[in-house]
Design a protein around this ligand. Sequence first.
Ligand code: ZN
Length: 207
Amino acid sequence: MARQEVPQDALGRLVEALRVLPGVGPKSAQRMAFYLLQHDRNGAAVLAQSLGEAVEKVGHCARCNTFSETEICSTCADGRRDPSLLCIVETPADQVMVEQTLSFKGNYFVLMGRISPLDGMGPNEIHFDRLLNRIESPDTGVLVREVVLATNFTSEGEATAHYIGEVLKIKGIKVTRIARGIPVGGELEYVDAGTLARALMDRRTVG
Ligand code: ZN
């Protein structure tokens, strides 16, 4: 993106700032800024405060890498879950989707991305070293017996599943991939819970 000068005035800076949102160009940013200032100054103040708080307080779970305000997130800290079963997803939104199926009672690892060489996303960007660490020297005290690959069925998601699957198989770890029901090119976030539950149940061993 071309480097732009920071506007001198507060309104200009607000419009520029709103453009960090995905899919928001200059026109929509301006519309949002005008709306907030004209119709909802209280809402704008709450938004500003919430953003500040979230940026300050929300970090990543030391164990599964999802968003968390505590060192270990509530899912990882839940003693009723099976830490020997590890589901790998691309985003916290995908994790929420898998949770909504009510059919997975293991732990997660959230990559916070996908392998996509064209976008400069490689193993480092998906925190692969942390994933390996979670599997090979788990601080849960329980060895991982199965890794379920639940990345999206897009080309990047498939490439990510392939890469992780190959490395883990060499290390002798059982790797499965969620199966049927997810359309080719499909993203978990937009699949209904029933279909995703079925795909989890029908997961198959990789390779
Ligand atoms: Zn966690």
